[in-house]
Design a binder for this molecule. Sequence first.
Ligand SMILES: Cc1cc2nc3c(=O)[nH]c(=O)nc-3n(C[C@H](O)[C@H](O)[C@H](O)COP(=O)(O)OP(=O)(O)OC[C@H]3O[C@@H](n4cnc5c(N)ncnc54)[C@H](O)[C@@H]3O)c2cc1C
Ligand code: HEM
Length: 404
Amino acid sequence: MLDQKTIDIIKSTVPVLEKHGETITTRFYQLMFGNHPELLNIFNHANQKQGRQQKALAGTVYAAAMYIDNLEAILPVVKQIAHKHRSLGIKPEHYPIVGKHLLMAIKDVLGDAATDEIIDAWAQAYNLIADAFISVEAEMYDEATHQQGGWSGFRNFIVDRKVIESDVITSFYLKPEDNREIAGFIPGQYISIKLEIEGEKFTHIRQYSLSDAPGKDYYRISVKKEAGTANPDGMVSNYLHDKVSEGDILRVSAPAGDFILDTKKTTPVVLLSGGVGLTPMMSMLKTVVEVQPGRQVTFVHAAANSNVHALGDEVKALSDLDHVNSFVFYDAPTEEDRLNKRFDVEGYVTREWLKENVLMEEADFYFCGPVPFMKAINRSLKELGVKESRIHFEFFGPMGNLEE
Ligand SMILES: Cc1cc2nc3c(=O)[nH]c(=O)nc-3n(C[C@H](O)[C@H](O)[C@H](O)COP(=O)(O)OP(=O)(O)OC[C@H]3O[C@@H](n4cnc5c(N)ncnc54)[C@H](O)[C@@H]3O)c2cc1C
Ligand code: HEM
């Protein structure tokens, strides 16, 4: 435990650091990658360029510091991040590297205002926070490795099938090269894929939600090709779409993540997705159908139109079941979509629509999609009085703030 004086110093300096938050973390990454370029094998370069990772890390360090005398209170957040760290392969020996460069950055940005006393207090606080992460992650590594079908680090999987699901989304069915059992997972969880791309200096790791129900002899991921905007094309998704074929090997880490369907509950569940955000929802829907045949499940999916609408037939095939309801929203339907009545509602998912169609006492709401979609759904559900404990969401990138 820290002494009271140290705790007081930490708490009184949090607002100052928060003010310089992103400057400090940006500087921190510059310093750290300068001294440890090998870490660029783990970090997502695009997230760095867009400042998304800096924002997430800064926010967490300061939140943790505010609770330095009661870290238990932020355990759920620690666990969420620890899942991602475990999936990426972050190890205890990485923590002192981050700590050293964070302190260097604080000193650099604050200058003389960062006295030895302040730096010493933050060193102690960082070690305490790091210990909390390391111990949570140790349990996760242990579980990932020792569970049935489990493994540590990255394991070779063969692309057994590659299936085009829409103009932009393709599924990959992955089977282990060693032909042995694979770990189970909870619907909603993701895997990490590590790629070595010819001509690229560093490896690239990305997360993909598992889009089929657990209990199969393969993992399925469904990947959107990130291309065609003013920004550079996405590194990994384009490589998977354009360069990876059936029979190729991908390096995969064991399933992780705390965006999960609670299959012990029997109350209704509403799954809302925009675009490729449907992947974890597919796993949840198919799991409810397979193992909870009486549970009411509503699947709401929003896409521009049928050209980019993936896995629609798979959902449709399940919609005939009494306990399954499905709604398709297109905001830019084609003439053909209109003629063939390929969608249920034109436009976006609104609060009024949610109120009339899916608002149910005791239901749990899960959502995932582009950030504007997630913000709108989150706001609507809150305005409709849905309790926070029944709202669950996943970011397909570093976690952000839906209330901003
Ligand atoms: C838990 C989780 C689950 C996920 N599940 C899925 C899933 O099921 N399916 C799926 O398709 N994706 C999923 N993702 C997203 C996935 O991990 C990747 O982020 C996505 O495939 C894009 O990776 P990329 O390498 O193609 O793009 P990156 O190279 O990482 O680029 C990401 C974005 O940044 C832009 N960008 C790149 N460089 C710059 C720059 N210099 N300046 C500005 N912008 C830039 C690119 O245009 C692109 O849009 C998930 C993410 C998480 C965290
Ligand atoms: C106490 C120290 C740490 C804190 C508070 C912290 C916090 C975070 C947060 C908030 C995220 C974003 C989670 C998300 O994506 O939703 C994250 C992701 C990540 N962290 Fe940490 N982290 C710490 C230590 C480390 C260490 C030691 C390493 C390895 C050197 C590391 C590497 C990463 C990587 C690679 C990601 C994913 C980033 C990306 O791909 O964009 N972290 N961390």
